[in-house]
Each structure stands twice: as C-alpha cells, then as structure tokens.
Design a protein around this ligand. Structure first.
Ligand SMILES: C[S@@+](CC[C@H](N)C(=O)[O-])C[C@H]1O[C@@H](n2cnc3c(N)ncnc32)[C@H](O)[C@@H]1O
Length: 250
C-alpha cells in the first residue's frame, strides 16, 4: 500500500512547540483529519484536504483516516499535545484491531508532541521532578468510582498528580468532588498549580495551597498539578517556583 497514516501531536498551542518531524509530516500530507480546533491550526494549501470533525466522533474519525490511507492517501490525524495521551492514537489502534484485516499492513506512525502536563509543569518550575501519576478526571469514558479509587491510591503512594480534563460545563461537580477528596485525605497545604491555556495568548498560571483551591479555578483548558507531600514552593516577587526534590532521604 502506498498510502500512510501519521498520528501527530501539535503540542499545547504555540507553533514553537510543534516538533520538526510533525511539521515535515504535515508538509507531505494529502489529508489532515481531527477535531475542529486542532485542524484549524493547519494552514490550507493546494493539494491538502482538511477534514475537521466534532470531538464526539473519535472512532468514526479513526476509521475514516484508515480507509483514506488504505486508498493511497497520505493522512495526518492531529491531536493537541501528545497523540498518545488521552487522544487519537489509542482510537486508531482500537479501530485497527477491530477493523479490516488489511489495515494491519498499513504504514502507521505515531509522532509525539509536548503534552499539556509537561508544558504546564515547566511553567511552574519542576513539580514533577520525582515520582508522579496522571489521571484524566473526565468520567465520560470510565466510571467515577475508578477515578476516586485512583485519587485515593495516588495520595497514599504520595505521588505528585497531574489532572487532565478537570472540569467542563457538562461535568461541573466532578472536580469539586475530587478537590474535596484531596483536601480531606492530604490534610496539608501542598501547592496546587492551575495552568490554563499554556503557551497560548490566554495563558494563566496560578499557584495556591491545597486548602485554598476552588473548583472554579479550573475549566476544560486547564491542567491541574497537585504536589506530593514533599513538593516545595520558593516564594519570590511574582509567581513562585514550585519543585519536587529529586530524592527522598533513605
Ligand atoms: C482530551 S485532553 C488531550 C490531551 C492532549 N492529548 C495532550 O497530550 O496534552 C484535553 C485536556 O488537556 C489539557 N490541555 C490541553 N491543552 C492545554 C493547554 N494548552 N494548557 C493547559 N491544559 C491543556 C486540559 O486539561 C484539557 O482538558
């Protein structure tokens, strides 16, 4: 088959954070497929067809991309951040596993991007400098009980925690429950970083002690990073530095 499929991460927003290999793949593509705001980041040019679709049709989008590539097209599926982090790469492989056996012979490559968690952490300092975990707080694709169990175990293991999809208009109560659980179980003043729209003109970084964290400080464009019990805050003029030491005394 002469077509190919690339699943690419566009990074958190700034063009400066798109990797050269993603830029190269986009320059060679005949078709770009993805959620409307991500496809809107791709400049139109002759010979390139853009296929913006709604966010709720991930599996349709995946099958469409595979069928186009199987027909000889050079297809790039775009995600924000990294395509393997709560994004399209898994959907594509799910479609490959369940779909036309010929799709297994396709040339499929995943090109990493800077995920929102790392862009947000870098803005604050180094809050993920020691062991950490990441949890998607949306219960669209999993039961809330799983989220709650993972939060409890993450606190018990004393991980720093990075939360994607903290709060949306259709799920306003989930993040309030998550914060409440953390405030009750951690019972300390570890820092919480609210990093909104990182690397875009709308960027806002806010660092507050856990007891002062409020649900309305996050929305769907926010990464929330909660320190471990060992995470430090260096106060200074302007935003503080937040870091987690590299070691735990033996
Ligand atoms: C469906 S997930 C996609 C994650 C993406 N694949 C990645 O690797 O960053 C969307 C969530 O990522 C986070 N996010 C994406 N871009 C962001 C940015 N520029 N600043 C802060 N958070 C961002 C938000 O938590 C948002 O709700």
């Amino acid at each position: 088959m002469k077509g190919w499929l690339v699943i690419a991460g566009l990074g958190p927003g700034s063009d400066a954070m798109v990797t050269p290999e993603v830029t190269q793949a986009l320059a060679e593509a005949s078709d770009v497929i993805g959620y409307i705001p991500y496809v809107a980041r791709i400049a139109p040019r002759p010979g390139l067809t853009l296929h913006p679709t709604d966010n709720r049709v991930e599996m349709d989008r995946a099958r469409h991309a595979l069928a186009l590539a199987a027909g000889g097209a050079r297809v790039v599926v775009v995600s924000s951040g990294d395509p393997g982090v709560f994004a399209m790469a898994s959907a594509i492989f799910e479609a490959v596993e369940a779909g036309d056996p010929q799709w297994r012979a396709l040339n499929i490559r995943v090109l990493p991007g800077i995920t929102a968690m790392l862009a947000a952490a870098a803005r604050a300092g180094a809050p993920l400098g020691h062991d950490f975990c990441t949890i998607n707080l949306s219960d669209n694709l999993k039961p809330w009980a799983v989220i709650e169990q993972r939060l409890r175990l993450a606190v018990e293991a004393d991980f720093a925690m990075a939360f994607y999809n903290p709060r949306s208009a259709s799920r306003p109560e989930g993040f309030a429950r998550a914060l409440n659980l953390l405030q009750q179980t951690c019972n300390d003043a570890r820092p919480v970083i609210f990093a909104r729209a990182v690397s875009t003109p709308d960027e806002v970084i806010n660092v507050v002690p856990l007891p002062e964290a409020r649900p309305e400080m996050a929305d769907m464009r926010t990464m929330v990073i909660v320190g471990s019990s060992r995470t430090r805050v260096i106060a200074r003029e302007g935003a503080p530095y937040v870091y987690t030491p590299r070691s735990i005394p033996k």
